[in-house]
Structure formats: structure tokens, C-alpha cells
Design a protein around this ligand. Structure first.
Ligand SMILES: [Zn+2]
Length: 84
């Protein structure tokens, strides 16, 4: 048997749904921004030279992707560098 929700519960559910919709919009905006930054970063790497590649996340600091060039991995954030 369906009973109508108490008024306070209805307001709470509507507030939660509104919060979820806000978070969903923010997540979509952040994902779009990340794609733009990643595309720009890859474009800059191509402009610098064909032998510069964006690698994986720096295993030393985890705060940047590493740049791979001339057989070296280089982190522009922590300056850690090692051979490939
Ligand atoms: Zn690093």
C-alpha cells in the first residue's frame, strides 16, 4: 500500500535530488575542462617538438604527468628525472 511521504521527507528528498543534479553538472563541467586542458597540453607538446610525449602520472610526486623526451622521463612539477 502506498502512503504519501511525510512533508519533511519530501523536502529532504527534493533537496538531495537538487544536490545530486548540482554535483552532476559540476562533474560534467570538470570532465569537459579536463579534456580541454589535456588536449591543450598535448598540442603544446606537439608544438615543442615531435619527440616530446606526455607520459603517465609522475610516480615520484603524483602531481603531474611526466614528459618523455630524448629517452628521459621528466616531471615538470617535482623536477624528478629518470631514463626510460
Ligand atoms: Zn613529480
Amino acid at each position: 500500500m502506498n502512503r504519501p511521504s511525510p512533508p519533511h521527507r519530501g523536502r529532504r528528498e527534493r533537496a538531495l535530488i537538487a544536490d545530486l543534479e548540482t554535483l552532476d553538472r559540476r562533474l560534467a563541467a570538470l570532465e569537459r575542462e579536463q579534456r580541454l586542458v589535456r588536449n591543450t597540453l598535448c598540442g603544446i607538446a606537439r608544438e615543442i617538438g615531435p619527440d616530446v610525449v606526455i607520459g603517465s602520472v609522475c610516480s615520484h610526486c603524483s602531481r603531474s604527468y611526466v614528459l618523455i623526451t630524448d629517452g628521459m622521463l621528466y616531471c615538470p612539477k617535482c623536477k624528478h628525472r629518470r631514463t626510460v
